[in-house]
Design a protein around this ligand. Structure first.
Ligand code: GLU
Length: 299
């Protein structure tokens, strides 16, 4: 068992393609923050969304992290192996009356829902039972008017009224797969993660995750959401926006670029150094403060 106060962080990529600059800066930020605190840094493969998972992408991502000197401290956890744990968490929610089956199709929700910060706000149609003759498709967690407040280390105080801003949200999808929101909470607790550093695009997911932590009796980690890399159209770098993979043949200049992205101003002399030495400098000088309040940076 880890010491109760020792820092445990993680990088949790979805293996939908090779590591690109956007995911590299997220990995680097979480690594530096963990190492600055003499912490343990883990990698977890979020390969639960099988339809989006690309064969070979997990091992490709791991190889790339290694060539950038980002070594993880314990065995990699694969979400595809964790279905029984997610099922158990869902049973716990059902048992407490905090999850219910939902028969609504996307179209029905689109027809009746308001638009919120993250797409449609589920109007609660099935909260008190499914209409006669309808089939359950997904399972949703009840939000019960919860007001969630937390302090993000970079983005400040965040307040979200779950029911009005998000609505009861899916924990088991209509295609039978567990939703990211449930899986991430179960695994962060299972791995005793107490510090989460990840892209600012996930800031709006955090309240749902804190709510699930409360329902499941898990502790809530500290959160830090550094800015994400976006292209000139303002789109997050991703496989969909055709971000190119980072090149393992020239890791040192890319690592320096990533440190510049993270506002660390690496000195010019570092240009001739190996990744290990650059990372040693970066851990010793890491300061997240210049990233305060920044949600995205164009690259
Ligand atoms: N797997 C998620 C992603 O790649 C990140 C999950 C997290 O860090 O909470 O966007």
């Amino acid at each position: 068992m880890p010491l109760p106060h020792s820092y445990r962080g993680r990088f949790a990529p979805s293996p939908t393609g090779p590591l690109h600059f956007g995911s590299l800066v997220t990995a680097l930020g979480s690594h530096l923050e963990a190492k600055k605190h003499n912490g343990t840094w883990l990698v977890r493969m979020e390969d639960i969304d099988m339809p989006r998972t690309v064969p070979g992408a997990s091992s490709d991502i791991l190889r790339t992290l290694e060539c950038f000197g980002l070594h993880w401290d314990e065995a990699v956890l694969y979400q595809s192996q964790r279905t029984a744990a997610y099922q158990e968490a869902l049973e716990q929610l059902k048992h407490g009356g905090m999850a219910y089956p939902c028969a609504c199709s996307r179209r029905e929700i689109a027809d009746s829902a308001l638009h919120g910060i993250e797409g449609q706000i589920y109007p609660g149609t099935c909260r008190n039972g499914i209409a006669a003759g309808r089939q359950a498709r997904a399972w949703r967690a009840r939000t019960d008017n919860a007001l969630i407040e937390f302090e993000d280390a970079l983005q400040g105080r965040v307040t979200q009224e779950l029911e009005n801003e998000i609505g009861d949200f899916v924990v088991l999808r209509a295609d039978g797969l567990f939703a990211y929101q449930l899986a991430v909470v179960v695994d962060d607790a299972f791995q005793s993660i107490n510090h989460i550093v990840r892209g600012a695009d996930l800031l709006t997911s955090t309240a749902r995750q804190i709510w699930l932590q409360r329902l499941l009796g898990y502790p809530t980690p500290d959160y830090m959401h550094p800015p994400i890399a976006v292209n000139t159209l303002g789109e997050k770098l991703s496989k969909q926006t055709l971000a190119s993979p980072v090149d393992c043949n020239t890791p040192a200049p890319i690592l320096l670029r990533a440190l510049n992205f993270l506002q660390q101003n690496p000195p010019a002399e570092l240009a001739g150094y190996e990744v290990g030495e650059i990372l040693n400098w970066a851990v010793a000088h890491w300061d997240s403060k210049p990233l305060s309040g920044i949600m995205r940076i164009t690259v």
